[in-house]
Design a binder for this molecule. Structure first.
Ligand SMILES: *Cc1c(COP(=O)(O)O)cnc(C)c1O
Length: 427
């Protein structure tokens, strides 16, 4: 039997850093990544045969846990009919109808294969539809690895961004304005300076890529107002939050709190594929009419709307619509976070937690941070000790700056086991 260490050493010879996506490399938390052989309900099992209760869920998609029978059956039966045709199928149309039924802010949707591809296409569409080039993103939000989105703030609001990755030309970053999350004054100032040149503003409504930071209501309300006033499109990147924080996604949550609220364009991924490569972006019929073959904004994909991936997504979306699904998922998640908070308090560890639906985050600090600068003040050394304490107890979570996920396969017993391990680790 190969150990995780053996596999990691072998892998590093043939794959840069031994991984096909950098967060898997354990660089932030230290140690050897676990090579996963199999998933089973709430568990993942590594190459050494160790079982872990999984709070990563493939970074979000596995909302039903691993190997859900109805989803597995749908995938197997679709695979028997063929893997890919390069022609339209009824199943992709069914998935589109299902998504639109759950997300009424969109009238049409296009399916793609990854979140990165979906946000990239959404930005191109926003630019094509408005005839403008510039856009705003917020520090700490991740929208995939498209060139124009791998950008950090320039010096001051008058200057646009700088690349955060080698290989991104400065010219490409010059249309991206990066602002602080939840900073209403800065948002107003930026719109006053550049509002008429902005194609769109892209935001993670609940930022899972800086652990768990909610856009405040005053901030979201002002953002919506300014976008409408200046004719910039509000793009909700719901790749992580979509069908995860609520059946109608984060936008349904904000619509409950801000009457009449809706984004102009939305991007989905992760849960809509149920673990298969599938993502989507959508908007009103008018905006979507700018896309090829109807309009001049080009966008395409050999595997877009793939028959096996759409079968997986469709079966997943059908399961999460069953009565009481989100109530049960939320209740379990809340039980877990309340339990963690109680354990931390009992041990005098500064701790703050938040959750929505099946997504949660916690910080080893007394109050929930509101922006990336504060998130980054977290005690990483202390976090990593906690992380490895939990990992030794077979409970992988994610690094200090990513959300965690509970699935329908997690039971009260799994949560009790987790809290028992947290009692030891936090002590
Ligand atoms: C994961 C993620 C993406 C990128 O999706 P990929 O499928 O990894 O390309 C984009 N936006 C958000 C909010 C994400 O969480």
């Amino acid at each position: 039997m190969s150990t995780n260490q053996d596999l990691f050493e072998r892998s590093q010879r043939v794959i840069p850093g031994g991984v096909n996506s950098p967060v898997r490399a354990f660089r932030a938390v230290g140690g050897t990544p676990r090579f996963i052989k199999k998933g089973e309900g709430a568990y993942i099992i590594d190459a050494e045969g160790k079982r872990y209760i999984d709070y990563i869920g493939s970074w979000g998609p596995m909302i039903l846990g691993h190997g859900h029978p109805a989803v597995l059956e749908a995938v197997l039966s679709a695979a028997r009919e063929g893997f890919s045709f390069g022609a339209p199928t009824e199943r992709e149309l069914e998935l589109a109808e299902e998504i639109l039924k759950l997300v009424p802010s969109m009238e049409q949707v296009r399916l793609v294969s990854s979140g990165t591809e979906a946000t990239m296409s959404a930005i191109r569409l926003a630019r094509g539809a408005t005839g403008r080039s510039k856009f705003i993103k917020f520090e700490g939000c991740y929208h995939g690895h498209t060139d124009a989105l791998l950008v950090k703030a320039g010096s001051g609001l008058a200057t646009f961004g700088n690349p955060t990755s080698a290989g991104v030309p400065a010219e490409v970053a010059q249309h991206t304005l990066v602002l602080e999350y939840n900073n209403v004054a800065q948002l107003e100032e930026a719109f006053a300076l550049h509002g008429k040149e902005l194609a769109c503003v892209i935001i993670e409504p609940i930022a899972g890529n800086m652990n768990f930071v909610r856009a405040s209501l005053p901030f979201m309300t002002k953002l919506r107002e300014l976008c409408t006033q200046y004719g910039a499109l509000l793009v909700f990147d719901e790749v992580m939050t979509g069908f995860r924080v609520a059946l109608g996604s984060a936008q349904a949550h904000y619509a409950q709190l801000i009457p009449g609220f809706k984004p102009d364009m939305s991007v989905f991924g992760k849960v809509i594929g149920g673990g298969m490569p599938l993502a989507a972006f959508g908007a009103s019929r008018d905006i979507m009419a700018h896309l090829a073959p109807l309009g001049g904004v080009y966008q395409a994909g050999t595997l877009s709307g793939n028959p096996v991936a759409t079968a997986c997504g469709l079966a997943t979306l059908r399961e999460i619509q069953k009565p009481g699904f989100f109530e049960a998922l939320s209740a379990k998640t809340q039980k877990l976070v309340a339990g963690l908070k109680a354990v931390a308090d009992a041990n005098g560890v500064p701790f703050s937690v938040d959750s929505q639906g099946g997504m949660f985050g916690f910080f080893l600090m007394p109050e929930l941070p509101q922006n990336y600068t504060t998130v980054m003040t977290t005690d990483k050394e202390r976090f990593n000790r906690f992380f490895h304490g939990m990992l030794d107890a077979r409970l992988p979570g994610t690094g200090a700056v990513r959300s965690r996920f509970v699935s329908a396969a997690h039971s009260d017993a799994h949560i009790e086991t987790t809290l028992a391990a947290a009692r030891v680790a936090l002590r």
